[in-house]
Design a protein around this ligand. Structure first.
Ligand code: AMP
Ligand code: MG
Length: 395
């Protein structure tokens, strides 16, 4: 049996990041993975400007009432400040040459004669936002391999970019195996169950930013499974299936992948989980998740997700990086396998802590709906309240 760390390292080594890119408009690029560094060609802000509505002054002159020599709204290009005068100025407007401070309008009194007196002496530089104080020309503002956030797009816009180079969406074809499966909305005949896996897998893939090609479900038969694999390989970068990867007589995925490509099948030392298949069909990677809904879901979170993120070109950190104290006792560990407990991160008396869903059975999909994360327990590890556990936030 392979440990979780071994399986993860093995998968990540084989996750070739997409290496093409497309230039998308900023709004289309939201949530996509940046493919190249973004370097500023201008200073932001491009000119010293006022942080307040008020008066641009020369500090040395501002002790006595002064006439207003010009009015500078945002968007205008001012004249140099005439000696012995102030300029009326508004937020965002360029500072006129010669001025060295802005006095806010609340500290100004305009006399009958139109001259302005100030109730406070200014400090040089006050209320002036300096050219380049946000971004300096030449500075790299965004590194490749990050998922573009709303703030990133605002930053790109602030240096005048209309488009960004991003990785194409990863195309993931999915199908589900099992003679027992019925789609929700249909009546259940004796021996049948609903295809629940389809309804966590596809939305989870969408949430990761993948383009999903849903090929539906196939019965437990070799030829139709092979056909779907060929269909999937023709349109996808990655093929993900659920079920049929054990080695029972009714499990045809393994044989179908072997016939159409190549396959490595593992028993993983994780709970829930166990069988995981990895291979290639044509140019597409193949990952076969276990059919058991909780096992499949946990395998998606712990192994498939890091693989897909790396494949998408994201330079994400390791899963399970943060640790939080347990707020529960766990005294019946598995002696050989890591366990991924379904937990919730809640605010305790002295910070975040992890609560445990009471039923951790591998048939209890309620635990996944309740949880917001997984806590990683080592083989044979007993847990007391306060013990720190690695935590993975569910995708
Ligand atoms: P398998 O991996 O095909 O042996 O399936 C393991 C268990 O998961 C069996 O009890 C299946 O009925 C169940 N199962 C397989 N696929 C699905 C699915 N798409 N939705 C719900 N349960 C499934
Ligand atoms: Mg099956």
């Amino acid at each position: 049996m392979l440990s979780y760390q071994e399986a993860l390292a093995w998968l990540l080594e084989r996750a070739r990041p997409l290496n093409t890119h497309q230039n998308l408009s900023l709004l289309q690029a939201a949530g996509r993975v940046l493919a190249q560094p973004v370097t500023a060609t201008i200073d932001v802000p491009p000119h010293d400007n006022s942080a307040m509505d008020g008066y641009a002054v020369r500090c040395a002159e501002s002790g006595a009432p002064l006439p207003v020599s010009q009015r500078i709204p945002a968007g205008s290009a001012p004249q140099a400040l005439a000696a012995g005068s102030v300029a009326r100025i508004f937020t965002g407007a360029p500072i006129p040459d010669g001025a060295d401070a802005v006095i806010m309008q609340e500290q100004a009194v305009v006399g009958e004669d139109g001259q302005v007196a100030f109730s406070a002496a200014p400090q040089a530089g006050q209320n002036i936002r300096r050219r380049g104080e946000d971004i300096a020309a030449g500075q790299t503002i965004l590194a490749p391999g990050r998922r573009l956030t709303p703030a990133d797009l605002g930053l790109a816009a602030s240096i005048g970019l209309a488009r960004l180079p991003v990785r194409p969406q990863l195309r993931v074809a999915v199908f589900f195996t099992g003679d027992e499966l019925v789609e929700p909305g249909q009546p259940l005949a004796a021996g049948q169950i609903y295809n629940s896996n389809r309804f966590w897998l596809i939305p989870a893939l969408h949430k990761l930013g993948c383009e999903v090609i849903d090929l539906g479900h196939v019965g437990d038969a070799l030829e139709p499974t092979r056909q779907l694999l060929r269909d999937a390989a023709a349109v996808a970068d990655v093929i993900v299936t659920c079920g049929g990867v054990s080695v029972g007589e009714e499990d045809h995925v393994k044989a179908a992948v072997e016939a159409e490509g190549e396959l490595t099948l593992w028993k993983l030392a994780i709970k829930p989980g166990k069988p995981l298949a990895f291979g290639k069909v044509g140019d597409a990677d193949f990952i076969g998740l276990p059919g058991n809904p909780v096992s499949g879901y946990v395998t998606l979170q712990t192994l498939l997700r890091p693989f897909l993120l790396r494949r998408m070109g994201l330079m994400d950190g390791a899963p399970f990086a943060p640790r939080f104290p347990a707020a529960f006792v766990w005294d019946r560990p598995d002696s050989k396998r890591s366990e991924f407990l379904r937990v919730r991160k809640v605010a305790g008396a002295s910070g975040w802590e992890l609560q445990l869903y009471p039923q951790q059975g591998s048939g209890v999909l309620m635990s996944c709906a309740w949880a917001d994360g997984l806590a990683w327990v080592q083989p044979a590890q007993r847990i007391q309240p306060g013990d720190e556990l690695p935590y993975l936030e569910l995708a």
